[in-house]
Design a protein around this ligand. Structure first.
Ligand SMILES: [Zn+2]
Length: 90
């Protein structure tokens, strides 16, 4: 039996190769400096507005943002987003 690994940024689990690949693309990877984990982002289902003054196109989000600040307090995966990416609502 293969050992299971867990994503460093979310609750995704899988075999090592899967999780290594997943962490690169994980929305909660704060090294990506994306809206998903930024404290300036106002998330409304799949639409994001930025409180830091960055103009975002409707339905889009930013990665590698210069205004990025990690939202440490709110480091949880919103249930709405999780379900869209195949997670479970419990
Ligand atoms: Zn992840």
């Amino acid at each position: 039996m293969k050992q299971l690994f867990r994503c460093e940024y979310c609750s995704e689990t899988g075999v090592e190769e899967e999780i290594r690949a997943h962490e690169e693309t994980c929305l909660w990877n704060y090294n990506k400096r994306s809206c998903w984990t930024c404290k300036y982002a106002e998330k409304l289902v799949m639409n994001i507005t930025c409180n830091g003054g960055v103009a975002l196109e409707k339905g889009k989000y930013m990665e590698g943002c210069s205004k990025y600040e990690w939202d440490k307090k709110n480091h949880t995966t919103p249930a709405t987003v999780k379900s869209l990416f195949g997670g479970s609502l419990f």
